[in-house]
Design a protein around this ligand. Sequence first.
Ligand SMILES: [Zn+2]
Length: 266
Amino acid sequence: MTVTSLYRLNTAEWTLDYSAATQLQQPGEPYPGWCPCYLLEHPEGLVLFDTGVSREMAADPTTYGPNGAPHMVELLETLDLEVGQSPTDHLAALGYVPDDVDYVVLSHLHTDHAGNIDSFPDAEFIVQKAELRYAFWPDGVQSLFYLEGDFSPLRSHEYDVTAITGEYDLFGDGSVVAFPTPGHTPGHQSLAVDLESSTVILAADVANSRPGYENGLVASFAWSLEASLESIQTVRDRARLTDADVIVHHDPADQERLPDPPEALR
Ligand SMILES: [Zn+2]
């Protein structure tokens, strides 16, 4: 079986300095990165890959989650929510309610990818175990992007969390395969998606721009430079062997190659 539709659902645009997204390139230039998530329709279930930016967090970061996230106030000055919608609103426009989502696969737990987890209390969450552990006690600059308000629900016994280590074939038919691409974070993973017409690799933040992916220049705040470069090569190898199209998550040009909803890749 294959995935029948892949929808790109943008939740926001976040403008960082280009040199933060792509190591020391074009300092001072703005980089308007998209913050999408993706919906996959498969005959055996509905899958969300990442959950985008939380509007609740953006509205008041100081009271967000068990301990607040006051440092986000300044970072949020460059967040534009108007260009996107929450995953729930995107789903509604496609005729779904959150309960319809069977699986949520998370690339990693940074706030631009893991907001809105609490919109899907009935889904099974698929996350690398290394990511779950690191998110609760990150190092240095990484602590900016891990907000307990996003992922603390995953500790609740009411949530169904599958903590994986290594590659994970969601339906057992090779059509949706999460594979580890650590470096941006310790438990970062990408997703290979088999459609009838093509194979797509949703690379997530293996690099934060297309030129970064092409040239091995990762985000300045990556957890491990060495692991990041190895993971870029992992994605390149997989793309070569499966003739896949690689989508770099925040890159505006890569995102514009995907259709706007309600259109989908099929
Ligand atoms: Zn990101």
